[in-house]
Design a binder for this molecule. Structure first.
Ligand SMILES: Cc1ncc(C[n+]2csc(CCOP(=O)(O)OP(=O)(O)O)c2C)c(N)n1
Length: 327
């Protein structure tokens, strides 16, 4: 039973197991020399949206990249090798966690500069439209990125050109340790700001994978039908620290109230999806346990493989960094 709703649940379970395992290795071994931004707790946004895309659609993300990469079908072995800095990594060991790419899967790239990939996705969408056909570009970013000027410029250009781009804001309330309420005036939401720029926009519960998926299907259809850009503002929450494998609530860091974090953990997107499916499939918990076991083997193999791979040659580190000037 891995079609439709069950597939959405399975994909979330896989991402959760992969990230939990990578976080343990990261903490215990100190071998992955790359900053890691885990999406544990936010799996429904990546899975709900990416499952609504087609293979020809391109996905871009910011730094919180593992979940959308895997949800879009990015190669797990190549991702893990990238985190370990190996030549066989998806960016040849030069990018790390923040610079994932798997063009075969339609995962066009992720980048660390806040807002950087938003205009790139708009440009791609505009190119798709000019080529004809029905391809769509999708760009994931956090609420913090919406405070970059390029976000407003990108909304504007996308609206003027009716570019087939889906803006996916994973609103997890914080930009590192800064709460949204300290950064934005009370009143206009991110959805409101998009609408003011002429972009169709909706707010969705980002921990409800089925609601996210339905909204994403609508957004992508709207783009394919020539309706112009669409923004999904998805309310969600990260369970771990901003960067790194640890938990920061209750550790004296104090920027997130413990009760707030616990309330969001109680709204776990995986538990909620399993609850919703249990009525139709009373055996769902057994199935989830089997998936978890299989995913543990898959990630164990990927880590073992990565650790045997060579690092890039020092002399080759600039390969791909510069392009010859065309004459
Ligand atoms: C232009 C720029 N300014 C600042 C930073 C430092 N920085 C990295 S992540 C981050 C916060 C991101 O918050 P958000 O966009 O909400 O994404 P989240 O981490 O919550 O998923 C900041 C300020 C950066 N990478 N780029």
């Amino acid at each position: 039973m891995t079609s439709g709703p069950a597939r959405l649940l399975r994909d979330m379970v896989r991402i959760r197991v992969v990230e939990e395992t990578l976080a343990d290795h990261y903490r215990d071994e100190q071998e992955m020399r790359t900053p890691t931004h885990f999406s544990i707790g936010q799996e429904a946004t990546a899975v709900g949206v990416c499952a609504a895309t087609r293979p020809g659609d391109w996905v871009y993300t910011a730094h919180r990249s593992h979940a959308p990469y895997l949800a879009k079908g990015g190669d797990l072995t190549a991702m893990v090798a990238e985190l370990y800095g190996r030549q066989s990594g998806c960016a040849h060991g030069r990018g790390g966690s923040i610079h994932l790419v798997d063009r075969t899967a339609g995962f066009a790239g992720s980048a660390a500069i806040l807002g950087e990939m938003i205009p790139v996705a708009v440009g791609t969408a505009w190119a798709f439209a000019r080529q004809g056909g029905s391809r769509v570009a999708v760009t994931f970013f956090g609420d913090g990125a919406t405070e970059e000027g390029v976000f407003a410029e990108s909304l504007n250009l996308a609206a003027v050109r009716r570019a087939p781009v889906v803006f996916v804001c994973e609103n997890n309330l914080y930009s590192i340790s800064s709460p949204l309420a300290a950064r934005q005036p009370a009143g206009p939401t991110i959805r409101d700001r998009a609408e003011a720029a002429g972009v169709t926009a909706v707010q969705v519960d980002g921990n409800d994978v089925f609601a996210v998926h339905d909204a994403a299907l609508t957004a992508l259809r709207h783009c394919r039908d020539g309706g112009g850009p669409y923004l999904l503002e998805l309310a969600t929450y990260r369970w771990r620290e901003h960067v790194g494998p640890g938990h920061d609530h209750g550790h004296g860091q104090g920027y997130r109230p413990v009760e707030e974090t616990e309330a969001w953990i109680a709204r776990c997107p995986i538990a909620r999806a399993a609850d919703a499916l249990r009525e139709r499939d009373p055996g769902i918990d057994r199935t989830v346990a089997d998936w978890r076991e299989r995913c543990r083997e898959e990630i164990r193999d990927a880590v073992a493989h990565a650790r045997q791979q060579p690092f890039p040659d020092v002399e080759a580190l600039l390969d791909g960094a510069y392009q010859p000037v065309p004459r």
